[in-house]
Design a protein around this ligand. Structure first.
Ligand code: KMT
Ligand code: NI
Length: 180
């Protein structure tokens, strides 16, 4: 099950948990209200018989799918890629990730610009909305396999902060703050 908490922002290893003292967890319902991030739990050992994934793909029109393994041994240009993943950025489209093995952290900014750290483990599917400031890191185990989905041809381009003038950013902020 996914877990989320507010981060302490001290500059030690990003792969550590970075809990506040005392820890301040974010219930899943709050995660959506505070960030727009959506979460689904899938039965990773029985994905074929779990209709949740097929339904999500159909409903949201995901036509593209691949799988990425992130570890020092498997990912070409590992250090460079991780630096890019951990630079605070937005995308013009949703970032959809299903953790199938290993684990990792998606950090997302909440309404008040505080970092919330979301731990994904096998079976966790996250939909990170277009326009939200976020970043990704491995945890201390240095290993994740994730499936990625997209509507049409994938565009993974990150736009580093500040990107406040981009349409995707403006639309995200408006939706989060008013739903109008
Ligand atoms: C991204 O865009 O941040 C990534 O693809 C890395 C995370 S996938 C587990
Ligand atoms: Ni991203």
């Amino acid at each position: 099950m996914v877990q989320a908490w507010y981060m302490n922002e001290e500059p030690y290893d990003k792969r550590e948990e970075h809990h506040k003292n005392p820890p301040k967890f974010v219930p899943l319902d709050d995660l959506f209200k505070l960030t727009g991030v959506e979460y689904y739990k899938l039965d990773i050992n029985n994905l074929k018989s779990d209709e949740t994934l097929e339904n999500i793909k159909k409903e949201r029109g995901y036509t593209y799918e691949d799988q990425i393994t992130i570890s020092p041994e498997h990912l070409p240009n590992y250090e460079e890629k991780l630096k890019i993943f951990y630079s605070e950025h937005i995308h013009t489209d949703e970032e959809i990730r299903l953790c199938v093995e290993g684990s990792g952290y998606f950090d997302v900014r909440d309404k008040n610009d505080s970092w919330i750290r979301v731990l994904v483990v096998p079976g966790d599917l996250l939909i990170v909305p277009a326009g939200i400031y976020h970043r990704f890191t491995l945890d201390t185990k240095n290993y994740i396999i994730a499936r990625r989905f997209f509507v049409g041809e994938p565009v993974w381009t990150p736009y580093n902060r500040p990107a406040d003038d981009m349409a995707a950013r403006k639309e995200y902020v408006e939706k989060l703050n008013g739903g109008t």
